[in-house]
Ligand binder design. Structure first.
Ligand SMILES: Cc1cc2nc3c(=O)[nH]c(=O)nc-3n(C[C@H](O)[C@H](O)[C@H](O)COP(=O)(O)OP(=O)(O)OC[C@H]3O[C@@H](n4cnc5c(N)ncnc54)[C@H](O)[C@@H]3O)c2cc1C
Length: 437
């Protein structure tokens, strides 16, 4: 066995958040004890791990998911809930994948951009998952250069036959959808969605379980044993499998020799106000999810019980801060002056895994041990796309996997020390560019 590379620390319960306060049901999966044998062992009970488990279980494989804390404890259960048609690294992908896909690259990326939406919608329907799923986004512009970008996206959508789903709005058009004077225009997209991510994640876990998947909580994987019959090891147990998938995103510290320096934590903060009553309908009558075009952006939407859920800023030092409500209140009041002094009921933060070139990282650690991570803040749809791609790869269809695995990634030397300062410097540079564009 390799050296155990993580000190055992107590497993965490859910972070306090609006989401954990509005769970459909609390999960109560057992801790891994003793020996278990399955086809595929998955490390991490976020969207990547759980979505892949559903895909594999639907294909008839025996799967076990092992989670340090609770299902949906990480970014999957604490995010903004916006299901966007952006893969984050679209442009970088286009450049790199042209080498393998040639002229098909644009169609490949366009198809993928909406694949996650289909998977989520079908799964919610198929397994009856109650996660407040709704359609409609406004991607808002704060200056003319933002409008140019939105116009280019709009034109592509028209070319691709998506005209019924998109509308380009000027300032007055935005004002008709949203009671805010902050924007000079927006792209409205009714294919994009928003939802309660934690209820989606635990609902999918239940779906996987109904198909025979085993799920273990409060069970930190301390080591992956490589070999013809790989295994994952916790303090109390061991799972032998034909294949292993490492899906711990930025929260795991396994396999440092190969994975160190590839992915870095950025802390995102979110608040939720008290229920707004009639004011909710007044500020956002169409119940749209909204995000702006800046590099470091604000994003918000209403919850099912009429609160404003508002996220923004990002701490690239990798350290948790901070007075999140104090940071975000001015942004809320700037967007909606009507909400001056509004009560904030919940605030929380969470790490998201940032990849330098923004392309999700898929690969192999040995012949039967895979990893999949790094969605740079755009993970709800992308994790579901990757879940499908990884399940196909694990069951022998490598076509899409190979396209991603062939992408080159920057590995930062002394990654754990230098990665976040480099990210912070990069973001500073982009914020300077933001002022100029
Ligand atoms: C504040 C914030 C807002 C965001 N907003 C959005 C949004 O609006 N739209 C969007 O598309 N994306 C958003 N994202 C990004 C998205 O949430 C993530 O990309 C996605 O959830 C990552 O899923 P994951 O399963 O890979 O990782 P996670 O959900 O972080 O799950 C990883 C899991 O692995 C477990 N784990 C780690 N190591 C081990 C181990 N050794 N043994 C066992 N288990 C282990 C962890 O405990 C954790 O539960 C946001 C992220 C943040 C932080």
């Amino acid at each position: 066995m390799n050296a155990i590379n993580q000190a055992v620390k107590p497993a965490a319960e859910r972070a306090p958040s609006y989401y954990s306060a509005s769970l459909n049901f609390e999960t109560d999966y057992p801790t891994l004890q003793g020996s278990v044998t399955v086809d595929v062992a998955i490390i991490g009970g976020g969207f990547t791990g759980i979505a892949t488990a559903v895909e594999l279980a639907e294909r008839g494989l025996k799967v076990a998911v092992v989670e340090t804390n609770k299902v949906g404890w990480g970014a999957s259960g604490r995010n903004g809930g916006q299901v966007t048609g952006s893969l984050s690294g679209d442009e970088a992908m286009r450049k790199q994948m042209r080498n393998t896909l040639g002229d098909e690259v644009d169609d490949f990326i366009w198809h993928l951009r909406w694949r996650g939406h289909e998977i989520i919608k079908n799964r919610v329907t198929k397994y009856g998952i109650d996660c407040d799923l709704k359609h409609g986004h406004l991607h808002t512009a704060m200056k003319a250069s933002h409008m140019d970008e939105l116009k280019a996206t709009y034109d592509e959508a028209l070319r691709r036959g998506m005209g019924e789903d998109v509308t380009l709005l000027d300032a007055a058009g935005v004002r008709a959808q949203l009671s805010s004077d902050l924007y000079c225009g927006a792209l409205k997209n009714t294919r994009n969605m928003h939802l309660h991510p934690l209820n989606l994640c635990i609902g999918e876990a239940k779906a996987a379980e109904s198909l025979g998947a085993l799920i273990f909580e409060h069970s930190e994987v301390l080591d992956i044993v490589h070999g013809p019959r790989p295994a994952v090891v916790t303090t109390g147990g061991r799972i032998e499998a034909k294949q292993v998938l490492l899906a711990g995103d930025v929260y795991h510290k396994l396999e440092r020799r190969k994975l160190k320096g590839l992915i870095f934590p950025a802390m995102g903060g979110i608040v939720t106000t008290a229920p707004l009553g009639d004011l909710a309908k007044e500020i956002n009558p169409q119940d749209l999810a909204v995000y702006d075009c800046r590099f470091v952006l604000d994003y918000y939407r209403l919850t099912a019980d009429g609160r404003l859920l508002f996220g923004g800023g990002c701490n690239y030092s990798g350290r948790d801060s901070r007075d999140i409500a104090g940071e975000l209140r001015p942004c809320i009041e700037r967007t909606f002056p009507q909400l001056k002094g509004v009560q904030i009921d919940y605030q929380w933060s969470c790490a998201m895994g940032i990849v330098m070139n923004r392309i999700p990282q898929l690969g192999k650690l040995s012949s039967n041990v895979w990893y999949c991570q790094g969605y740079s803040g755009h993970g709800i749809a992308t994790t579901h796309i990757m879940g499908e791609i990884m399940a196909k790869a694990i069951t022998g269809d490598l076509e899409q996997y190979d396209t991603f695995a062939a992408c080159r990634h920057i590995k930062v030397p002394l990654g754990d020390q230098l990665g976040n300062p480099m990210l912070a410097a990069g973001m500073w540079y982009y914020q300077m560019l933001e002022k100029l564009r």
